[in-house]
Design a protein around this ligand. Sequence first.
Ligand code: SF4
Ligand code: SF4
Length: 130
Amino acid sequence: MTQLDPATALDALGVRCNRCGRCCRSHGGDLPASAGDLERWRNAGDAGAALLEWVMPASASVPRAGELWRDPGTGARWDAAWCPWGREHSDGRHTCTIYPLRPDACRTFPELAGQVDTICAVAGLELIGR
Ligand code: SF4
Ligand code: SF4
């Protein structure tokens, strides 16, 4: 699959993503799956079916369609902060190997719950002055 940049939402905010990968390495192992994510993957053939194998059932107390990620090899929750779909390149830049199918949480990053996430140094520096 073609590897593309992880954070065009940042571009939409008018800030240039430097592809540092901090977002995917900090939040990528513990993401919500939305109903839209599940629908997208159900309609995406084999690639989508493979991603559905990585979805854990949502906790009854949390309003989301599923939890990401579950390692289909072991059946256990993915036990790392970094996302299994991120790739670091020899020049230090990071990309997403499932970019066209990435979860909604990644599509809207660095805006989380109406706020700009401070894990993103670029957004922190340029949007909220940190
Ligand atoms: S799915 Fe892609 S964009 Fe989202 S955390 Fe994983 S590597 Fe990053
Ligand atoms: S943390 Fe921010 S600058 Fe770094 S890859 Fe993610 S969106 Fe881009």
